[in-house]
Design a protein around this ligand. Structure first.
Ligand code: G6P
Ligand code: MG
Length: 218
């Protein structure tokens, strides 16, 4: 039986995935790496330094920068990202999410957050959602990022549940892969062509309700 939900943040709870893309696009332009829809989708769920490596690789530039220069590029991206985050309000919560969080909280389900973002606590604060997530996986403690199962396993562990008692909620292909490898039930939200591996699919966050989840469970 399902007893808890492990949530991704960016692109699921709020549309910060657009802000991440915007800030990375600037970096890609700066270093002269080509930007594409595939790269943009592929970056979703990927840690800050791994994202930079993917961008540099797309331009065959991975050996052009020293480690220090890479840290500078990633820091610049984060500064630009945080400027966008600073302007956020609870209006940036995606449609239906607040209602769904209330529905599962009132239904007695446990909740944790499995975001690769070091900025997750800050984003939750801007959205006034901190109280919903007393348990947050600290990405600094991870040895491997998504698609490795580690982050979703920790998300279940934090709420004292077995993976099979949890549903993981994601917008990224790497995230769905991580949930599936952890042995949890996966919900993929967004473009079905890139979320084929998800057990349950919703085109949009507004479709996510317990009743609609049950309809897709077997
Ligand atoms: C999430 C986002 C990624 C982002 C990563 C790290 O997984 O989907 O786009 O790169 O977090 O975020 P951070 O805020 O730590 O740079
Ligand atoms: Mg995401």
């Amino acid at each position: 039986d399902i007893k808890g939900f492990v949530f991704d943040l960016d692109g699921v709870i709020t549309d910060t995935s657009i802000f991440h893309s915007q800030a990375w696009h600037q970096v890609a332009d700066k270093v002269g790496a080509p930007w594409s829809k595939e790269l943009e989708d592929g970056l979703k769920g990927i840690s800050r330094m791994d994202s930079l490596e993917m961008i540099l690789k797309a331009g065959n530039l991975q050996d052009k920068y020293t480690d220090d220069q890479k840290v500078d590029l990633a820091t610049e991206k984060n500064t630009n990202y945080l400027k966008l985050v600073d302007q956020m309000t609870p209006d940036n919560i995606l449609p239906g999410i607040k209602a769904f969080l209330d529905e599962i909280k009132n239904g007695g389900y446990l909740l944790s957050l499995a975001s690769a973002s070091k900025n997750a606590p800050k984003v939750l604060q801007k959205l006034n959602l901190t109280d919903y997530f007393p348990k947050i996986v600290d990405p600094k403690t991870l040895s491997k990022g998504k698609p490795d199962p580690e982050i979703y396993l920790k998300g279940a562990e934090l709420i004292d549940l077995k993976p099979e008692q949890c549903i993981g909620v994601e917008d990224a292909a790497a995230g769905v892969e991580s949930i599936n490898a952890a042995g949890e039930t996966s919900i993929g939200i967004g473009d079905q062509t890139i979320l084929k591996a998800a057990d349950i699919h919703f085109a949009d966050t507004s479709e996510m309700t317990l009743a609609n989840i049950e309809k897709q469970m077997n």
